[in-house]
Design a protein around this ligand. Sequence first.
Ligand SMILES: *Cc1c(COP(=O)(O)O)cnc(C)c1O
Length: 384
Amino acid sequence: MKKDIPYAAPWVTEEDIEAVAEVLRSGWLTTGPKVPELEAAFEAYVGCAEAVAVGSGTAALHSVYRYLDLKPGDEVLLPTMTFLATANAVVFAGGTPRFVDVDPDTLCLDLSDLENKISDRTKAVVGVDYGGFPLDYENLRTICDRHHLPLIADSCHALGGSYQNTKIGAQADFHTFSFHALKSISCGEGGMITTRDTEAAKYFRLFRNHGMTKTVQERSTHQSWEYFLETPGLNYRMSDMQAAMALSQMKRLDDGLERRHKVAQIYLEAFKGDRALRPLTMHHDTGIHAHHLFVIKLDGVLLGKRTEVFQALHEAGIKVNVHYKPVHTQPFYAHHFDADKNACPTAEAIYPQLLSLPIFSTITDEDVDRVIEVVRGICDLANG
Ligand SMILES: *Cc1c(COP(=O)(O)O)cnc(C)c1O
């Protein structure tokens, strides 16, 4: 019996382990010198003015939405084809998520549906670089400027990707990233916000530390017991153990990216012209895909057969996944927020076709070949 192939997997080296062990020996368990070191490394890599480390990608989203100071009824427009957190964090910031349909080839925001849904109640636009495909930042910026709206990018899939020769993370007003176990770099749990807005960055640093105007570090160096609260915050801090691991992983970010590019090319070549297995658009005219996911649409003889294909692949040890069930169809959002049943017809039509094939930095050529072979076999079987 061959070993299972997951759809994604973390990449942990002895160097990462040593970096974390070093922090454990240093005595700084929570936020210490490693967090600003990681922030500086991230700013340099992405080419952004400010990077603020937080406890998770969800904490990053919540912090950004909180900064918008949403009032009841204020709407945040976001794509329905995303992870739950993109929408959930809006709810916890007191706003109303309004779901926008997606482009059928990239599963990123459908810009005409976006424009149709902008109203007096809209307070921000959120895009997701789905699977690692860079958003259409130029046109998104034009739309947001026309309506005087901030542009937020949930770039949790896109770290290392680029748009018009700049790394993803410097295009929107705010970008959020995640260092969850299955993201391109990881520290178990962790997140990052990037922005050029120094006032906002100051707010995020307060918000992640209860809203206290002095950090533990500052208090210890200033020999002062006093601290002040202007606006309450939460504990969204990243620990130095996490920061050390993320720093260590950043050194291999480009190597991992290169490997995922190679894997994507192998899949694209293997499925070229196949009507039943149709990869999403991965080519970008002015950007570079980060290949966080490799998503295919089942079509032709496999149309309507996802359950069977999914099951057959799992039985063969290929642990494929599905990204994502459109968020507006989730019971909570269907009941509370979107009475408009036909809000995102393209996403609903495509969802049953979606399948995410294994792609990650450490996948071997042998395993990629096995995925292709098994997927092909299922396709041949369906062809009869
Ligand atoms: C992973 C992810 C998140 C959440 O990040 P966490 O670090 O798990 O909180 C949010 N949005 C998208 C698109 C993600 O992929």
